[in-house]
Design a protein around this ligand. Structure first.
Ligand SMILES: [Zn+2]
Length: 239
């Protein structure tokens, strides 16, 4: 991967994160003016939180720490009651990040381990590999899939199957949905679509890709490779 892609993405992430935090902060300042009690409560919570940290790092008196926490909890309840009285608008006090998983930092730290968030991974894939395919992909989803393009007449000689192409497509769609629903299950096998051009392999692959993107998964596009008469469009593989 080209390092400049990651660098420019991190600058973009930094900007959107700061924007979200600045907007929330401005709203908070407005609230403080309208509701001075909120400002007082926040000041008290901050002071108590500092005292708690000091106590933990210096004397470690558990009873004192517990008393401080009880006071903080009581103040938080008081604050919540005021915010509740303001209504839904009060939610603006929290930054509205595009990605709630990484708070627009691009990275997630869990159990002392830091890893790249899927949102950042997907942006890199889109820029580095998916490029122009992404716009076509977005238009191809289960909502726009038209089953009527498939014949409802069974013809065993022509299709080598005793069910109609439409019925067959419904079965394939069911398999696709099962694959999406069980994507995180390691026992869930990968999917490989094969067949001649024009049968809907790319479309179905895009449908799956879109559903996985909605679930916060990453999608990497491979260009089609031609093997004899069979075109392999996508190969879904959990990476
Ligand atoms: Zn993220």
């Amino acid at each position: 991967m080209d390092n400049t892609t990651l660098k420019s993405l991190l600058i973009e992430y930094d900007k959107k994160r700061k924007n979200a935090e600045d907007t929330a902060n401005r709203y908070k300042q407005d609230l403080y003016e309208k509701f001075p009690d909120l400002l007082e409560i926040d000041k008290k919570i901050n002071t108590l939180a500092i005292s708690t940290m000091k106590e933990i790092s210096q004397n470690g008196d558990k009873e004192l720490v517990s008393n401080l926490n009880v006071k903080i909890d009581a103040l938080k309840k008081e604050k919540d009651a005021i915010l509740k009285s303001i209504g839904k608008e009060a939610e603006l006090i929290h930054p509205h990040y595009e990605c709630s998983k990484c708070s627009d930092t691009g990275y997630i730290t869990e159990n002392n381990q830091t890893r790249m968030c899927n949102c950042l991974k997907q942006r890199i894939y889109d820029i580095e590999y998916n490029k122009s395919n992404m716009s076509a992909l977005k238009k191809q989803n289960f909502e726009t899939l038209n089953l009527f393009v498939y014949s409802d007449k069974a013809n065993i000689d022509k299709y080598n199957s005793d069910i109609s192409p439409r019925e067959n497509m419904k079965l394939i769609i069911k398999i696709c949905h099962d694959f999406i629903d069980n994507f995180d299950d390691i026992e869930n096998k990968n999917l490989l679509f094969t067949g001649k051009t024009g049968l809907g392999k790319t479309f179905l692959s895009s449908c799956i890709a879109n559903e996985l993107l909605k679930k916060g998964k990453t999608v990497l596009y491979h260009t089609a490779s031609v093997m004899l008469d069979t075109v392999i469009d996508y190969h879904f593989r959990k990476i």
